[in-house]
Design a protein around this ligand. Structure first.
Ligand code: CU
Length: 182
């Protein structure tokens, strides 16, 4: 009997956290200390090539459990994923892009004194023989200005670019706003 209530509460909670997160966007301009410098995690322009680029996939690296928490009314959304690296080489994830969104940014949610804010993550480390996990409350891909409404149950592709210029395309599951995990 508590289930509908719990779901509703989760949705309200995620909305509240999201609203708090989103207010952090105002701080982005001050982050990085290099105003006007090209942004490592800027998205490609809508319509720009991604999968068709003649780039190689990183050896021993896979993107797993990628999912998007969809939001109504074209609100910003977040994508979460895991990068598994079975190789002996550490590498950096330097960019995430998609032609399906006007803005794609790699963010980290930081909590200080009960307040959550988001900061731009220019690169993240993927250790050798290890993994990097983006999950709610931590790292995420911020997706803004969807070109078309997202449909729960379908997928949307994201392109992940690494420091050696290799790329991976991942199909990300589109999930409901109340979702908290893959
Ligand atoms: Cu964000």
């Amino acid at each position: 009997m508590t289930k509908p209530f719990a779901a509703l509460f989760l949705f309200a909670l995620s909305g509240a956290v999201f609203a708090a997160d989103h207010s952090g966007h105002a701080t982005h301009g001050a982050h990085g200390g290099k105003p006007g410098a090209p942004h490592a995690s800027a998205s490609g322009a809508p319509g720009s090539a991604h999968a068709s680029d003649a780039t190689t996939a990183p050896t021993g690296v896979t993107i797993e459990q990628c999912w998007i928490r969809s939001m109504p009314n074209n609100l910003p959304m977040a994508a979460y994923f895991r990068v598994n690296n079975t190789s002996d080489q550490a590498l950096d994830l330097t960019d995430v892009s998609s032609p399906a969104f006007g803005h794609v940014m790699l963010h980290q949610t930081q909590r200080t004194g009960g307040m959550a804010k988001m900061v731009m993550a220019h690169t993240v480390k993927v250790p050798a023989q290890g993994s990097f996990v983006a999950e709610p409350g931590g790292y995420h891909v911020m997706l803004e200005q969807a070109a078309a409404p997202l449909v729960v149950g379908q997928t949307s592709a994201l392109t992940f670019t690494f420091s050696d210029n290799s790329r991976l395309l991942a199909d990300c599951q589109i999930k409901s706003p109340a979702s908290v995990r893959y």
